[in-house]
Design a binder for this molecule. Structure first.
Ligand code: URA
Length: 251
């Protein structure tokens, strides 16, 4: 998408009430009804809680173990391995699919156009990018932005799981169909998965639409998917007992 249309999209979000005034609301764990996942594809079969699985290893140690990774063929075509960014003690972790061209160039997740939309969502939640942790299912760019293949996921996903274990967040948000289906081991469509907390090793995981999907929908003149994402983020904020900024849905 061209920079101008991204700008229009971000402006559209603002005009839709995205920059509303924060109002304090209290939420509780009881608000979250956790739907069981169909199965867990990338995690050890025990499905133990993340904190019990924790090795108490640092993110630095995990990065060091990855090294100049050549565990799958993506290692040959990437410019930079994209490990993850943010607060190592984050209460909230976002997991995307895999780096795109901008991320591959800069070595940081979600720095391109989709990243601008994610930043906007994080800001709308009353948070900063530095408050949360952001990573992907795979750490190297699949050529042409194709979906990562099974052997690439298998080579990489244990590192993502170790990152999540190390951080031990209170909530995980899976961005888009690919991350949601991979983390939850299901083929259910994202339109069915989103909007309900799922269980990921005892940690609530909220599947939601990918920022790139929001960009595509906006290109078609639709803000509906954005508001569905916002509804999902409201549930996340309530679970974290954080204030829910009020957004008015302008017609
Ligand atoms: N899309 C993703 O899923 N991850 C990124 O880091 C960037 C775009």
């Amino acid at each position: 998408m061209a920079a101008a249309s991204l700008r229009e999209y971000l402006q559209g979000l603002q005009e839709s009430g995205l920059d509303g005034i924060p109002v304090a609301q209290s939420g509780s764990m009881a608000d979250a009804q956790v739907a069981p996942a169909a199965g867990v594809r990338i995690a050890p079969p025990t499905a133990e809680p993340l904190d019990e699985l924790q090795h108490h290893e640092s993110l630095d140690k995990i990065r060091k173990d990855l090294g100049e990774c050549q565990r799958c063929k993506l290692g040959k075509t990437r410019k930079n391995l994209v490990f993850g960014v943010g607060n190592p003690k984050a209460r909230l972790v976002f997991v995307g699919e895999g780096p795109g061209a901008d991320e591959d160039r800069q070595g940081e997740p979600f720095v391109g156009e989709a990243g601008k939309v994610l930043n906007r969502i994080i800001t709308a939640m009353g948070l900063k990018r530095e408050d949360v942790y952001i990573c992907n299912v795979v750490k190297c760019r699949p050529p042409g932005n194709r979906d990562p293949e099974q052997e690439e996921i298998e080579a990489c996903s244990s590192f993502m799981l170790r990152q999540v274990r190390s951080i031990n967040p209170e909530v995980i948000v899976a961005l888009g169909k690919f991350a949601s289906q991979t983390l939850l081991g299901t083929k259910e469509p994202i339109s069915k998965l989103r909007g309900k907390f799922r269980d990921f090793h005892g940690t609530p995981l909220m599947p939601t639409y990918h920022p790139s999907f929001l960009l595509r929908k906006q290109g078609e003149g639709s803000m509906g998917a954005f508001w569905e994402v916002w509804d999902d983020m409201v549930q996340v904020l309530r679970l974290l007992k954080l204030p829910v900024p009020e957004k008015s849905r302008k017609k």
